[in-house]
Design a binder for this molecule. Structure first.
Ligand SMILES: O=C(O)CCC(=O)C(=O)O
Length: 265
């Protein structure tokens, strides 16, 4: 039975611009994801660095395609897809997914931004795109958990400019917003999921701790919000997979990488 939002959850997403769902995924699935991603040399080789304003590398591995493996299974998770459809109020399709790999001591920061600050340039006419961040490791203030400004999604799209290799929301505007709105640190346990609006202002600090902070972020566009320039990503029907089906493909994926389907050390 898929996870079901209640009306209060939906209301708080629309009020705050995000919704934290504790333990959306169990420890077996998250251990599988952690072992798979860390054993996956090909995935690691696709990773790129986006330096922050101090030159520290923020590492991510991003894919627009939808593989028949554990990552593709999670993107198709009925718990995520049905929740996102309820939050956006219509059918959604896969935009992209990415592993954000904030490594101990060296993982860079992400500057204040809205995702729609980037995605606007991909000709999405509306911010009807929602992300689901799944914690692979425990995310704390020390290892650079996400920070958000609740309610900032309602302020509309802010101008963004280049900072390091990233796009950052106009600093004067962010300062003005922070003089009226409180920022919040979103600490997460492995398996927790954070759904957030593409206009929500968010950032994260460098990881100065000995603990990694990896998260998988799956991003979904509303079906009515295909890019207006006719370029990808075009709508494609997204299957909805049960957690058992995801675990089944996850075992095969892990086996293909390590020779064992067990995620135990
Ligand atoms: O991984 C993080 O800390 C930030 C991720 C982020 O800002 C994004 O994907 O838009």
């Amino acid at each position: 039975m898929a996870f079901q939002l209640n009306d209060n959850d939906v209301m708080s997403y629309h009020r705050d611009g995000f919704l934290l769902v504790p333990r959306l995924f169990d420890s077996e699935l998250i251990a599988m994801l952690s072992h798979t991603a860390r054993a996956d040399q090909r995935y690691q080789s696709l990773a790129v660095d986006r330096s922050d304003r101090e030159g520290a590398a923020s590492r991510l591995s991003l894919r627009y395609d939808l593989p028949e493996d554990l990552y593709g299974g999670l993107v198709r998770s009925e718990d995520i897809v049905l929740t996102t459809e309820r939050l956006l109020g219509e059918e959604v399709y896969h935009y992209h997914h990415k592993m954000m790999m904030k490594e101990p001591f060296v993982g860079g920061a992400w500057e204040w931004h809205q995702d729609y600050g980037y995605w606007y340039h991909g000709w999405f006419l509306s911010p009807a795109i929602t992300s689901c961040m799944i914690a692979v490791d425990r995310a704390t203030r020390a290892n650079g958990c996400l920070q958000v400004i609740p309610g900032s999604h309602a302020l509309g799209r802010i101008d963004h400019g280049g900072v390091g290799d990233q796009m950052s929301a106009n600093q004067e505007r962010v300062d003005a917003i922070l003089s009226r709105y409180e920022k919040t640190y979103v600490e997460m346990d492995p398996g927790d999921a954070l759904f957030f609006h593409s206009n929500l202002l968010h950032r994260s600090d460098q990881n100065t701790s000995p603990d990694p902070r990896w998260v998988l972020i799956c991003c979904y566009a509303a079906r009515s919000n295909e890019p207006a320039n006719g370029l990808p990503p075009a709508y494609e029907y997204l299957e909805r997979w049960s957690v058992d089906r995801i675990k089944e493909i996850g075992k095969q994926h892990l086996m293909s990488l390590t020779g064992s389907s067990s995620a135990s050390p």
